[in-house]
Design a protein around this ligand. Structure first.
Ligand code: FMN
Length: 410
């Protein structure tokens, strides 16, 4: 029988023990979650992007994930966002070389944003079944069968490009109200053909994408899928269907599931919890006419959600009971105790975003005992500055910039 100290030691060992992820073995159980860095002027990887991921790798992470890379131009939702194409490979290869040299594995999140595309950069905007999207704001057109087939093929091509760019893993974005999630969700999928309606039909696009991804990945690229536990609003996908989604993905042979939740266009704060500093967000928005709108109505549109550490754990446990493939827990991990609790409950990996934006060396600091809790206070300014094209934590002196200090909200 272990006493409390032994138990803690045992669980700490879990975080810092190697673990298999498909064809890879990660040196420990920590993964830097995909969190949009900006830093991709011309939709290409910059030196700043490389330096940030190198610092996370040097900071002790098992694998770092480069955030959302669009599989095609029509999947772009921001300036400064990666677009996975031939022209991006040189920069990405330098990044993965630097990450490998620093002792970590490298993953890239691949996705398509569907109705959230910004036509100024994406050229077009489509979704499973039209419907006005306030987030854009856009009125996307309904996808035709040939659009569906093209995006499926684009996902496969993106995996091959990721391999050429030196990545060890891809993370398919099937959550947060991005295109795959728009097909899965009964709220955004009102199609009447074989891609809409009953649950099996709403899963069809995801299945086709994953089949293409798995065959492109072959035996040398690990495939993770980030999926929703719940969309986070009434009328969205709920846990009973997510459990079925996790079983389908397990059967499709993916190597791990990343369990998240929320829907950018309807329940954005369900992903991260807390509140959005809307005045800072408005300051950086590109569309001038949107600024006053966001400043005045932002708190109504982007509703705060209560934060508690490891806020997805209850829902994630239900998936743990239903599948045996490796699971990655993400959402509100800022302390060694919470990381240990999650791994102790049978989740194979943890993903961390905000604590690593605040301090890329968070994992090493846990290892050496310098820290047991991150200094990140999840005030979410890192999200509010996403339009600025750079990643910043207002708690860090070096990141503080005059334009937004005046908007700091109490
Ligand atoms: C600034 C920022 C940008 C993000 N961008 C992405 C993204 O591109 N793709 C994604 O799947 N999740 C994104 N997320 C969500 C994170 O991956 C993660 O699911 C969420 O922040 C909860 O983890 P945390 O509590 O460790 O921050 C972002 C989060 C932040 C803070």
């Amino acid at each position: 029988m272990r006493n409390i100290t032994d138990n803690l030691l045992y669980m700490t060992d879990l975080l810092f023990t190697p673990f298999r992820l498909g064809p890879l073995t990660l040196k420990n159980r920590s993964i830097r979650a995909a969190a949009f860095e900006g830093m991709c002027s011309g939709h290409l990887a910059s030196d700043d992007l490389l330096n940030y991921h190198r610092s996370v790798a040097e900071g002790g992470i098992g694998m770092t994930t480069v955030a959302y890379a669009a599989v095609s131009q029509s999947g772009l939702s921001f300036n400064h966002q990666l677009w996975l194409r031939k022209e991006a490979l040189a920069g990405l290869k330098s990044l993965t070389d630097a990450v490998h040299k620093a002792g970590a594995a490298a993953a890239i999140q691949i996705g398509h944003c569907g109705q959230m595309a910004k036509t100024a950069v994406s050229g077009e905007c489509f979704s499973p079944s039209g419907r006005f999207n306030l987030y854009g704001p856009t009125w996307p057109r309904t996808m035709r069968k040939n659009d569906i087939r093209k995006v499926v093929i684009d996902f496969g091509r993106a995996v091959k490009l990721a391999r050429e760019g030196g990545f060890d893993a891809v993370e398919v974005h099937a959550g947060h109200g991005y295109l795959i999630s728009q097909f899965l969700s009964p709220y955004t999928n009102r199609r009447r053909d074989e891609y809409g309606g009953i649950f099996a039909n709403r899963c069809r696009f995801m299945k086709e994408v994953i089949s293409e991804v798995m065959s492109a990945a072959g035996s040398d690229i690990a495939v993770l899928v980030k999926m929703n536990l719940r969309d986070g609003f009434e009328g969205g996908m709920e846990l009973d269907e997510s459990i079925e989604v996790s079983k389908i993905l397990e059967q499709a042979g993916v190597h791990a599931l990343v369990l998240s939740g929320g829907f950018v266009s309807n329940a954005p704060m369900y992903v991260m919890r807390g509140r959005m500093p809307v005045r800072v967000m408005a300051h950086y928005m590109h569309e001038q006419w949107m600024k006053p709108f966001v400043r005045w109505f932002g708190n109504l549109l982007i509703k705060p959600e209560p934060y508690s550490e490891a806020y997805f754990i209850e829902n994630a446990r239900q998936i743990r009971k239903s599948v045996i493939l490796p699971l990655v827990y993400v959402g509100g991990l800022v302390s060694k105790a919470a990381i240990e609790m999650v791994l102790g409950e049978g989740f194979e990996f943890v993903q961390i975003a905000r604590a690593l934006i605040h301090d890329p060396a968070f994992i090493n600091k846990i290892k050496t005992g310098e820290l047991t809790v991150s200094g990140c206070n999840h005030a979410n300014y890192c999200i509010a500055v996403m339009y600025s094209g750079k990643m910043a934590c207002y708690q860090n002196e070096k990141d503080r910039s005059a334009p937004w200090l005046k908007y700091l909200e109490g």
